[in-house]
Write a protein that binds this ligand. Structure first.
Ligand SMILES: Cc1cc2nc3c(=O)[nH]c(=O)nc-3n(C[C@H](O)[C@H](O)[C@H](O)COP(=O)(O)OP(=O)(O)OC[C@H]3O[C@@H](n4cnc5c(N)ncnc54)[C@H](O)[C@@H]3O)c2cc1C
Length: 423
């Protein structure tokens, strides 16, 4: 990184810190605080100035996060709407669509979810079967989505639906912003082995979405979905859950921020410093001098540092106008590996305590057990490890593309999803 880049990181951190010191007020409600943040542009600093941002280079957003942590201020609203929806709208949506949706996202008044995956199409998202049929000023939606994170709290969803079955699969999809609270949308919980209810299956039965809620063009939704997926590879949550259903808007901002800092089951006290957490557990368990534990901790620390440094490097490349091809995939794979390593090492260091659901703070307070039960999800969510390998193979290493015999065949002739069994 150039000296100039380091300088601007420090300048940005200082600027954000002094703004936060002057304006952070723990007595405000979360909703009031987020409205102040939205007006200032510090909540989403990489968004354009005219849309609640500060036109900041992505490389500098880490410095802004650090400023929030330094001051102890509550971070911006954070749902898939803010992390993926906002940036996708900024890339593809008309000014009208931006004006309709961005204010509520920036102020945290809405929680959005992502209606992409279906029982028959996850990695192969382009084979989605959920249909949206034009009917005057509306589209009528029928079908099923699955693994929809946060649909139980969502006001709206980013929906990829099929609007033309006569053309090949990538050409007949449309991207909508659909209201969740309507009679035709049935959100059913999926309960997970980590005891959480993070995601849902969602059924659409004659649900309605207005034609002016299309993002991009009708039948050009694939390009929009690819943008969302690209942002997903880089996303990391920060702040708290927006929207009425998540229940934080009326709470005192100071209470929400201190809860977020202390949440023991997420290991939040250590932030993303897994090596530090496991080092403390090893000390408590009398393993600080154990050569195998020490070796494991150093390996984990190196992995963690490489992840952090490659994050900085890719942010710096973005600043110089170069987004390395496959960069998000490399980092996503490294993150999956890190979670697996933390799981193996953490459980080894915990020994028999690793089988208990809840243990003392000195033993991580249950964070390792939570990582152990949640780690498989990092290799699946936002595109599986195998899909990331394919992307790296094709875009970085220049290997031949995966054969795609169905690319030019009309969607209705493909044997995908329930079409497999339909004569
Ligand atoms: C925690 C979590 C949160 C999620 N949240 C959401 C959400 O909010 N919204 C949403 O829409 N979805 C969400 N998902 C779903 C996720 O996007 C899909 O699970 C993922 O894309 C994989 O799709 P699939 O489960 O259908 O598996 P499949 O695509 O059926 O894959 C099955 C196996 O085949 C492999 N495979 C598939 N295709 C290839 C290929 N071409 N080459 C090599 N191997 C291949 C895969 O790697 C995998 O091992 C979430 C998933 C998780 C775990």
């Amino acid at each position: 990184m150039t000296t100039q880049a380091v300088d601007s990181i420090e300048t940005t951190r200082d600027e954000a810190r002094s703004w936060l010191r002057a304006h952070w007020d723990p007595e405000l409600t979360v909703q009031q605080w987020w409205a102040v943040l939205a007006d200032s542009g510090w909540g989403f600093p990489t968004w354009p100035k005219e849309w609640f941002g500060r036109d900041l280079d992505p490389v500098l957003s880490g410095a802004v996060r650090e400023a929030f942590a330094d001051v102890g201020a509550l971070g911006p609203p954070s749902s898939l709407g803010q992390m993926l929806g906002g940036p996708t709208l900024l890339t593809h949506a008309s000014e009208e669509v931006k004006a309709r949706f961005l204010p509520a996202l920036a102020r945290g008044e809405e929680f959005w979810c992502q209606f992409f995956s279906e029982p028959g199409s996850g990695s192969d998202l382009a084979s989605a079967q959920t249909k949206a049929v034009a009917d005057g000023d509306l589209f009528i939606v029928n079908g099923q989505k699955v693994w929809t994170s946060g649909a139980q709290w969502a006001d709206r969803g980013m929906l990829v639906a099929r609007t033309d079955t006569e053309v090949p699969k990538h050409r007949g999809l449309t991207y909508f912003v659909i209201d969740v609270d309507q009679p035709g949308v049935d959100v059913r919980p999926i309960h997970q082995m980590n005891d959480a209810h993070g995601f849902n299956e969602v059924f659409f039965t004659d649900a309605e979405v207005a034609a002016d809620r299309v993002v991009g063009e009708v039948n050009d939704g694939w390009a929009v979905a690819v943008t969302t997926l690209a942002f997903e590879r880089f996303m990391s949550a920060f702040g708290a859950s927006p929207g009425k259903k998540a229940g934080l808007l009326e709470r005192r901002a100071g209470d929400v921020v201190s809860g977020a800092v202390r949440g023991p089951r997420e290991g939040a006290a250590y932030g993303s410093d897994l090596a530090a957490m496991i080092t403390d557990i090893a000390r408590t368990r009398g393993l600080a001098d154990d050569p195998v534990a020490r070796q494991g901790i150093v390996d984990l620390y190196i992995q963690q540092e490489l992840g952090r440094i490659s994050g900085l490097r890719s942010a710096a490349s973005v600043r110089l106008g170069r987004r390395p091809s496959g960069d998000g995939s490399v980092r996503k794979l490294a993150r999956s590996d890190l979670m697996r390593s933390a799981r193996e090492l953490g459980e080894a260091v915990l020994g028999p305590y690793g089988t208990l659901r809840s243990v003392e703070e000195e033993l991580g307070g249950g964070s390792i057990q939570q990582i152990a039960l949640s780690s498989p999800s990092s290799s699946i969510a936002g595109g599986t490890d195998e899909i990331q390998h394919n992307i790296i193979g094709e875009r970085v290493l220049g290997l031949p593309k995966e054969p795609q015999i169905d690319r030019e065949i009309p969607f209705r002739e493909l044997k995908v999803g329930t079409q497999r069994t339909t004569p």
